[in-house]
Design a protein around this ligand. Structure first.
Ligand SMILES: Cc1ncc(C[n+]2csc(CCOP(=O)(O)OP(=O)(O)O)c2C)c(N)n1
Ligand SMILES: [Mg+2]
Length: 348
């Protein structure tokens, strides 16, 4: 096993406040708000699933929020973002509504996919979210197609494909990287390397823990960052996104992170009989992207505990309000069951 990630995968390291030098305070405060919103929304979903109010599984990205927040900063509504089975944060970081997410997870007709998809089939075209799909790596080639289409349509829009370290074991990822390079497709591949695929650590699955080697193999411009540092993510994402917009071809960002919960729902993996070192989990929790940005801002004198508490109360109210609305919404009528299964000619 080649530990090419070296320090980035060592949970003892990178617990300090992030370096915010040169980044405008207003932007950082907005990002702190987004990080807390994503965290609280997913923790709410965890609690509701545990209480039996959500019927289907929810794959939570708690701990990984800085990746979607850092990348989305440089995106616009006309870009084409594709997610995975773990995409609540990808969607919300684009500014999509909480109510639409909650209603979708509850299967209500007001949900982002009209209640027909649930947590793993999110869709919000108005904010540039072209879809999440539970088939691992299933969206990566779609994103390349959407990027090629953006070029043919003579726009400078780009596509973004989020996927995991596990998805890198699917052939379609490698075909997609190859095709994107050959066609100079305007796309950013974002690999959320949380070191696990379901319950298996990367060391049990691949000869190296580094996912950037696949970008190197295809001559694609790339960066590897601490995925729990929103400033590092946004700095690298900005450069790669600009290059893609400027017609220089695809970019590839490997962001190293860790999920706080087990593979699915609120439990730790250990609860389902799989050994994930709880010692590691605790250390990774200390590499918390929220805590590290919050303390960086406090150290600079532009944030304090009181403001932070007020922010959390405000967001909790927003979450409760959106949840109550979604709970009282209606389920789709049974007669609509097949309405969105087949596209009709002329649908875009
Ligand atoms: C094609 C396919 N194979 C297997 C599965 C079962 N499965 C769901 S998630 C997952 C692991 C994915 O790991 P990764 O890509 O690293 O994403 P993460 O869950 O870590 O975010 C697997 C194997 C699936 N959904 N689709
Ligand atoms: Mg993974």
């Amino acid at each position: 096993m080649m530990h090419m990630l070296d320090k980035l995968s060592d949970p003892e390291l990178f617990h300090d406040p992030v370096d915010i030098n040169g980044v405008p305070t207003g932007l950082l405060v907005d990002q702190l708000r987004d990080l807390v919103l994503l965290r609280m929304a997913e923790q709410h979903l965890a609690a509701m699933r545990k209480d039996g109010l959500i019927g289907g599984p929810v794959h939570l990205g708690v701990g990984q929020e800085a990746i979607a927040v850092g990348v989305s900063k440089w995106l616009r509504n006309s870009d084409r973002v594709f997610g995975t089975h773990r995409s609540h944060s990808h969607l919300l970081a684009l500014g999509s509504s909480l109510h639409g997410l909650f209603a979708e997870v509850l299967g209500k007709e007001t949900g982002h996919s009209r209640g027909m998809g649930g947590s793993m089939h999110l869709y919000d075209r108005s904010n540039g979210f072209y879809g999440a799909v539970p088939i691992v790596a299933g969206t990566v080639s779609l994103a390349v197609g959407a990027a090629m289409a953006a070029r043919l349509q003579a726009t400078d829009d780009i596509a973004v494909a989020y996927f995991g370290d596990g998805a890198c074991e699917e052939g379609i990822v490698h075909e997609s990287l190859n095709l994107s390079k050959i066609t100079k497709a305007p796309i950013l591949f974002v690999v959320e390397n949380n070191l696990f695929a379901s319950h298996m650590h990367v060391t049990q699955r691949q000869p190296s823990d580094s996912m950037v080697r696949f970008a190197h193999a295809n001559g694609i411009s790339s960066a590897v960052v601490d995925g729990n540092d929103v400033v590092a993510v946004q700095n690298s994402a900005r450069k790669l996104i600009q290059e893609a917009r400027d017609g220089k071809g695809p970019g590839y960002l490997e962001a190293v992170t860790y999920r706080w919960y087990g593979h699915v729902d609120w439990r730790d993996d250990i609860d389902v009989g799989v050994k994930r070192s709880m010692d590691d989990v605790q250390k990774w929790r200390a590499r918390d992207p929220i805590k590290r940005l919050k303390h960086a801002l406090i150290n600079e004198g532009c944030w304090d505990e009181l403001r932070h508490d007020e922010l959390c109360v405000k967001l909790k109210n927003e979450i409760d309000h959106a949840w109550e609305r979604a709970m009282s919404d209606s389920y789709p009528d049974e007669s609509k069951l097949l309405d969105y299964v087949y596209a009709s000619l002329g649908d875009d």
